[in-house]
Structures are given as C-alpha cells and as structure tokens.
Write a protein of this length. Structure first.
Length: 414
C-alpha cells in the first residue's frame, strides 16, 4: 500500500514538474525582405497607434500542441504585411510568462514608438519561454497605460487561445471607456479547445471594442485573408492631396501655392471680395468700388488730374470734360474723402497777380463741382500757389502752357 502511495506521489510530482517547467521556443525565422510591401501615396494609415498583445501562457502549449508557435507566426505575418511606407505608433506586448522569461505578468517587448518592421520583429523574437497563467486583465490594463496620451485612432490586436481569461471583458470595457470611439479591438483565436469556449470569449472582447472584429488562426492561414485583415486594420484610402493646405484639393486648385492661413474660394485662390485685385488678407481698404484703381494695399490710388488754361484765363475748356467726369466719379466712389484743387500760373506777370489768378482758377474748378455736380462744398479745398512749383520750363511757350494749370487730387484721406 505504501509502495502504491509512493508511486502515486512521484507520478503527481512528475506531472507538476513537467507542467511547471519552462517550454523553450525555437527562434523566429528572419524577416523576408522580399515580402515587405509599400502602398504609395494613394493610401493612408487607418489608425495612428496599434498594440499587438500575444498570449505566451502555459495554455498555449499544452496537450502536445504548441499554439504559441502558431500565434507567434500570425503576429510575424501581420508585421511582415504592414506597409512600410505608412507611419504608425506601435507596441508589442506579451502576457503570461514562465519565470524563466519574466517575473512580470505582462511585458512590453517593443514600443511604444514609431513603427519599424525590423525592430518589431526583434521584439517578437524576445519570447524564449512559454508558461504560467494568463492574466489578460493585467495586460489590457497595461495597454491602457501604453496608449495614455496617444492621439488619433488606435487598434488593439489580441492573439490568444481565449482560455482562462474570464476577467478580460471587464478590463476591455474600462479600456473602451477610457478611449471611446478612438479604440477598435481585433481578436485572433488560436486553437479550438474546450468546445470553442476560447473563441466565444475572444468574440466577446472584439464586440466590446464597438468596431473591429474577431477572426481565427484558420482564417488567417490563407494569405489573401491575411492581406484583407491587414487592410481592414491598418490601411485606408488617402484623402485627396492638398499640397498647400488651403482646403482645395490639388486637382481643383487653380492657385496651388496659397500661403498658409489665407482664406480661399472654391478654386483654391485667395479671396478678393471687392474684386480690386488685392486679396483680403492684404487689403487695407475692403469694399473698393468696381473699376477704381488701387495700390498694393487695396486702397484707391491717389487720382491726380491736370486741367490747363489759356493765357490770363480762368475758363475751363470743353476738352477737359473727361477729366472733370473722373473727379466726379471719384467723389461718388469715396464720399468720405477730401478733394484738393491746387491752382498754378506760368511766370508771366507779377507774383501777386499770379497768386490771385491761380486762386481764381482753383475756385473755378471748385465752383463747377459744387454748382453743376452737387458735390458738398465742405469736401473741396481750393488753393492758389501762383507761379510756384512749375512742372515745365517757363522760358518756352510749351512750358508756360503746361504750367498754367489746376491739379485736382481725389482719394486723399486727410
């Protein structure tokens, strides 16, 4: 009887020793450079961040079936299939370890950092031993810390047999509450032990994410379905290019180099609401009437006209009617501006006489604008300057003709 008890004791002890002994894993095969892919500018990242959680607990290598090797190869193929020309912030976690591997219940093997295919592969290759329980709740909580402060959309991919993780749904719900619509959960169930209980649990986790989905190792063994999985999680169509960032896509942008911050129309061209040729951001005088000449700041260029007179005359010739019309139009366009009328003479006669004559010429224009065109007299300033400020040589007939003039400025703001 004692011999039988002793035999039973040592048999149980042997089972315990075997079950608790570390299960060494073969090294991961090197990346295949020829299998890496790029997708080009027509595609963009679907998520900004992703974390892969790989189950390395004892249940992944029991009953003579090494599900961990299958799970690790799935993660390896995912890594191999992520486009290398898209940018992500990435992390890789393992959960459930033999003490030979780690004393921690979950370990961040890679990240969180800018995704690099080679570095991710090296992180995956760090798992040398499988064993221990499956503290999935701890791992999901740790992912919450990994993604704390992350911006944009995030994907969590859980690869596991789904066994012994009854506490995982509550942790997943807290993570979803933390991240809201920015989180999608994808699960890949490896193996089908316990009548599919693991698959049911993994489906429940994916459902908690509100987006994402559950799949299996069997499904993803097909290369085309693995490709579809990667596209669904990681890739989306790129928005139409808008090189200058003005909101008008390049294909429709007729002004492709708009400066940053400048408001544009539907053609991507800077707004010019008053149509004076000066865009709004540079226009110091918005509301300029159509057809008015403006300076670089969108303000009316100072309109200066010359009306010439005969010798010793204050008569306004009919050939200057077009100039008068310009003054009247300017007055109408800018009702708040002052019109200055400056009279001049040539050097013939005395300075006193010329001073008086130049004032009379200025008054003649002023009176015409008031009496014929009803321009408010308070807006018109008339001054005579005599023979000062000649614009031509008074020693010649032609020069004296030019000096007998009235200069009218419209558009002055003082």
């Amino acid at each position: 009887m004692k011999k039988l008890q002793r035999l039973l004791f040592f048999s149980i002890l042997a089972v315990l020793i075997v079950s608790c002994s570390p299960v060494a894993q073969s090294p991961l095969k090197p990346l295949d450079p020829g299998a890496s892919k790029t997708v080009g500018k027509q595609y963009a990242p679907k998520v900004d961040n992703f974390v892969v959680l790989l189950d390395a607990s004892l249940s992944m290598n029991e009953n003579g079936k090494n599900d961990f090797v299958v799970a690790r190869e799935i993660v390896n193929r995912i890594n191999q299939g992520i486009p290398t020309d898209l940018n992500y912030n990435a992390g890789l976690r393992s959960v459930g370890h033999h003490s030979y591997q780690s004393e921690e219940s979950t370990t961040l093997l890679y990240g969180m950092t800018t995704y690099n295919q080679t570095d991710f592969h090296e992180g995956l290759n760090k798992i040398k031993y499988v064993g221990g329980t499956t503290p999935m709740s701890d791992a999901i909580q740790a992912i919450g810390n990994d993604l704390n402060g992350a911006t944009g959309k995030s994907a969590v991919i859980i690869v596991s047999d789904g066994l012994h993780i009854d506490d995982a749904p509550a942790a997943a719900e807290k993570l979803k509450e933390q991240m809201g619509e920015n989180l999608c959960i994808y699960t890949v169930t490896v193996g089908n032990e316990n009548n599919g209980a693991g698959q049911d649990m993994m489906k429940q986790l994916a459902t908690i994410g509100g987006c994402g989905f559950a799949t299996t190792d069997t499904e993803l063994s097909d290369d085309s379905k693995m490709g579809s999985f990667i596209e669904s999680v990681f890739i989306t169509d790129a928005p139409p290019a808008d090189t200058d960032g003005d909101g008008a896509i390049d294909d429709l942008d007729k002004c492709p180099n708009t400066p940053t911050g400048v408001a544009v129309d539907n053609n991507g061209c800077p707004l010019d609401d008053d149509g004076d040729g000066v865009i709004n951001i540079n226009d110091h005088c918005p509301g300029t009437p159509p057809g008015v000449s403006v300076d670089a700041y969108g303000c009316q260029s100072k309109l200066t006209l010359q009306i010439h007179f005969g010798l010793d005359s204050t008569d306004i010739g009919a050939d200057f009617n077009s100039e008068i019309d310009k003054i009247v139009q300017c007055s109408s366009d800018f009702p708040g501006n002052t019109i200055t009328v400056n009279g001049y003479t040539d050097s013939t006669g005395s300075a006193a006489y010329n001073k008086k004559l130049s004032q009379q010429r200025a008054d003649a224009i002023r009176n015409l604008l008031i009496e014929k065109y009803n321009i408010d007299e308070s807006r018109i300033v008339a001054k005579g300057f005599g023979e000062n400020d000649p614009i031509a040589d008074n020693k010649t007939t032609g020069g004296r003709d030019l000096n007998r003039r009235v200069e009218v400025d419209c558009g002055a703001t003082e």
